[in-house]
Design a protein around this ligand. Structure first.
Ligand code: ADP
Ligand code: MG
Length: 376
């Protein structure tokens, strides 16, 4: 039977990965409580959730880098936890890409790609070199074939790491925060490679904090919390219409930046830095990020001269749906629009605000004055 037909026939019957009642504890710490999930061939799963909830542990249990404490894991119908299971062979069917690249520092990019196929799969060297070059070409790094890892940027190293993973011919790739260690300017080159693999039908599970990416690359999203896959569904459900409370909280928080200003001596530069980072993460245009920084500084300047110059809460919230950035400032004091009632330090502040914000609105919420606007 042709291989393709064989795969097609199998697809409907057996999930590529089936996990039942998976648990993992480290001493008294119960990290994974009861994970039940199936992943089919060709699926792209994004795994999101607060840090420390066991996302890495889950991936590490899947390919047995961590030994599960209980439960079952089947790969193509084979129980990989059964005594006598051929662990190295099973593990080879799953590639893993780590946050920290883990390239061999003393080998060139190309040698990093040929060593596994030659030593572990017994491929002839010439064949390994030619498919290694092809993979480097695919990730845009053919001209770096003879460079050592230390000569490459973080983004280039991670692309080599992905190519190395592919060189072993995995059936599924597990990514553990592949862009978290990268300078923001290099995130997109790595995501572009992963996107391309998704288009080619590679089965992947990706732990990520890149929400825009997770939304447009995934077939399903797992939200992990409390040692469980707390909620799962298509990206539109998880990001726009989460069904459960903790998912809603998490999604709300990753889309917003909250900052509390206690006094006029607040750290403006730290705030500006946080706004910059937040905007980069959500791929918000630089112009808008700059506007948000200027607005925050000017508005805080005005509120800090007001009647209750402390305890100001600033929130920047990004709406992916509308691709817009909202700025909110809540402050204490008697009712009244701070922009009307404050002794403005100068007209310049007001001019800047009107220039960089639109739909400026005042409302009284929970006995505090709220200013709300859309950053232009
Ligand atoms: P995430 O990837 O979601 O941030 P992890 O899977 O890395 O979470 O960790 C989940 C929890 O398990 C954390 O509390 C972490 O400290 C703990 N943990 C992870 N690995 C080990 C280990 N080898 N020994 C002890 N505790 C661990
Ligand atoms: Mg982790």
């Amino acid at each position: 039977m042709p291989l393709r037909l064989f795969l097609a026939n199998r697809q409907g019957e057996i999930s590529m990965i089936r996990v039942e009642h998976l648990s993992k504890r480290f001493g008294n710490l119960e990290v994974l409580k009861d994970i039940n999930v199936e992943i089919d061939q060709g699926e792209v799963i994004s795994i999101i959730g607060p840090s420390g909830t066991g996302k890495s542990t889950f991936l590490r249990c899947l390919n047995l880098l961590d030994q599960p404490s209980g439960g079952h894991i089947e790969i193509d119908g084979q129980d990989i936890l059964a005594p006598g299971a051929k662990v190295p062979a099973l593990r080879r069917r799953m590639g893993m890409v780590f946050q920290s690249f883990n390239l061999f520092p003393h080998l060139t990019a190309l040698e990093n790609l040929t060593i596994g196929p030659v030593r572990l799969l017994g491929k002839p060297a010439a064949e390994a070199v030619s498919s290694g070059m092809e993979l480097l070409r695919m990730v845009g790094l053919a001209e770096k074939a003879h460079s050592f890892p230390e000569e490459l940027s973080g983004g280039q190293k991670q692309r080599v790491a992905i190519a190395r993973c592919l060189s072993m011919g995995p059936e599924i790739i597990l990514f553990d925060e592949p862009t978290s260690a990268l300078d923001p300017t290099m995130v997109s080159e790595v995501l572009a490679v992963i996107r391309r693999l998704a288009k080619q039908g590679m089965t992947m599970a990706i732990v990520t904090h890149e929400m825009e990416f997770a939304r447009d690359v995934s077939t399903r999203v797992f939200y992990m919390d409390e040692g469980l896959i707390y909620e799962q569904g298509p990206p539109a459900q998880i990001f726009d219409n989460p069904q459960r409370e903790r998912t809603r909280d998490f999604i709300g928080k990753v889309r917003s930046l909250a900052w509390r200003v206690e006094s006029a001596d607040y750290d403006l530069y730290a705030l500006v830095g946080r706004i910059e980072g937040f905007c980069e993460k959500h791929l918000i245009p630089h112009r808008t990020a700059h506007a948000a920084q200027l607005l925050s500084e000017e508005l805080l300047g005005i509120l800090l001269t007001g009647p209750a110059p402390h305890g100001i809460d600033l929130v920047l919230a990004y709406s992916e749906k509308h691709r817009s950035l909202e700025l909110r400032l809540d402050s204490a004091g008697p009712p009244g629009d701070p922009l009307e009632t404050a002794d403005l330090p100068d007209d310049l502040a007001l001019a800047i605000i009107r220039n960089y914000a639109e739909d400026i609105a005042y409302e009284r919420v929970d006995d505090r004055n709220r200013l709300r606007m859309r950053v232009k």
